[in-house]
Design a protein around this ligand. Sequence first.
Ligand SMILES: CC(=O)SCCNC(=O)CCNC(=O)[C@H](O)C(C)(C)COP(=O)(O)OP(=O)(O)OC[C@H]1O[C@@H](n2cnc3c(N)ncnc32)[C@H](O)[C@@H]1OP(=O)(O)O
Ligand SMILES: O=C([O-])CC(=O)C(=O)O
Length: 384
Amino acid sequence: MADIKKGLAGVIADTTEISKVNPDTNSLLYRGYPVQELALTQPFEAVAHLLWHGDLPTDEQLAALRAKEREHRALPENVKKVMDALPTTAHPMDVVRTAVSIVGANDPTTEDASADLEKAFRLFAVLPAIVSYEQRRRNGQELVEPRDDLDYAANFLWMSFGEEADPVVVEAFNQSMVLYAEHSFNASTFTARVITSTLADLYSAVTGAIGALKGHLHGGANEAVMQVFEEVGSADRADAWLQSALDEKRKIMGFGHRVYKNGDSRVPTMRAALERLVEHYDRPDMLEIYRALEQAMADRKPIKPNLDFPSGPAYALIGFDVPIFTPLFVAARVTGWTAHIIEQRANNALIRPLSEYVGVDERHVPGIDAEALPEDTSTIEETE
Ligand SMILES: CC(=O)SCCNC(=O)CCNC(=O)[C@H](O)C(C)(C)COP(=O)(O)OP(=O)(O)OC[C@H]1O[C@@H](n2cnc3c(N)ncnc32)[C@H](O)[C@@H]1OP(=O)(O)O
Ligand SMILES: O=C([O-])CC(=O)C(=O)O
C-alpha cells in the first residue's frame, strides 16, 4: 500500500506568499504582518488590500479603496429577486452561495481572468449587502440601503440591523473580519485553488469555496458552537455536558485544529473582543459558559478552542441569527480566497492527486463478447 496521507494531513501542496501559519510559534502572518497587530490597528478594507496587493495601503490608496467600495455596495436588483424567490427556511449559506453565482452571471467579464482583481473587489464590496439582506429577509424584514457616511464594518452592521452600531461593536466586528480573512491552505481555500487550477473562473472558485466552508468541521463550526452554548444553557452544566458529549464520541465544535495543536493564534484577540462585547451587552453568562467549556475540555483533553469558539458567541451578542455566522465568515474570507485564486492562476498546475484503488479486482460484464470490443492499443504507464 502506498504511503497515503489521509486528509492530506502534513502534505505541503504548493508555496504561497499570502500567509504563514506557524503552529510552533503560535503565529499567523498575513504578508508578513502578525494578524494580532492587524486586528488591533487596521480596518478590514486595508487588510483586503494587503492580501491582494502584498502591502498595506497608503492613506491615498485606502481613501480610494473606500470610495470604490461605497460605489459597489448596493445589492443588484436581480440578486435581490433571486434571493426573494428562495424559501426563508433555506440555509443562509445556500442563499449566499446562490447569490454569488448570480453576481458571476451578471458580470460580462466572468471568463476574463485578467479582471480577477476587479471581480475580487466587487465580491468583497457586495457581500455585506448579500449577507445583511439574508439576515433581514429570513426575519421578514425589508432591505436596508447602504450608508455612504459609514466605513465597511459600520455599514455592514447598519445594513444588517437598520441602526447605527456602537463603536465598541464596530471595533469587535472589524476585528473578527480581519481574523477570519485568511488562513493559508485551509479546506475552502484549497477548494478555490483546485477549481482555479482547472482554469475555471473566479466566481466558480468562490462558489465552491463557500460550499466547502459550510461544513461543521470548517467554517460551519462558528454556527455549531452557538448550538453547543444553547445546549449547555448555563455554566454549571458545562462539565457534565462535555463529559457526556465526549462519551458519545462527539466532536466538540469550536475546539481543535488541523494545524495548531497548541492553541489557535487568533483566539486571544477574538476572546478579548468577546470580553468587550460581554461587558457592552452586560451578558456575563456568555463568558461564563465559554470559560466553563474551555476548562471542562482542558480537564480532559489537550484540545484548545479555535477561532470559531469566541466568534460564535460574539456574533450572537451583536444580534446576528446563528445561521448567519458562517456567511459572515464568507464575507471576510472572500479576500483570502480571491488572493489565493489570483496566486494560483499566476503559477498554475492542475491539481489532480492519485488514489490507491482498493475496490474489487477486474471483472467482466456477463455475456460480453470479447471479440466485439475494439482492440486496446494504449500502453498504461501509470495506474492508480
Ligand atoms: C476556522 C476553522 O475552520 S477552525 C476548525 C473549526 N472546526 C471545528 O471546530 C470542529 C471541531 N473540531 C474538529 O472536528 C477537529 O479538531 C478538526 C476537524 C478541526 C481538526 O481535525 P484533525 O486534524 O483531522 O484531527 P482529528 O479529528 O484527527 O483529531 C485528533 C484527535 O483529537 C480529537 N479531537 C479533535 N478535535 C476534537 C474536538 N473538537 N472534540 C473532541 N475531540 C476532538 C479526535 O477525536 C482525535 O482523537 P483520537 O486520536 O483519540 O481519535
Ligand atoms: O486552517 C484551517 O484548517 C481552518 C481555519 O482555521 C481557517 O480556515 O481559518
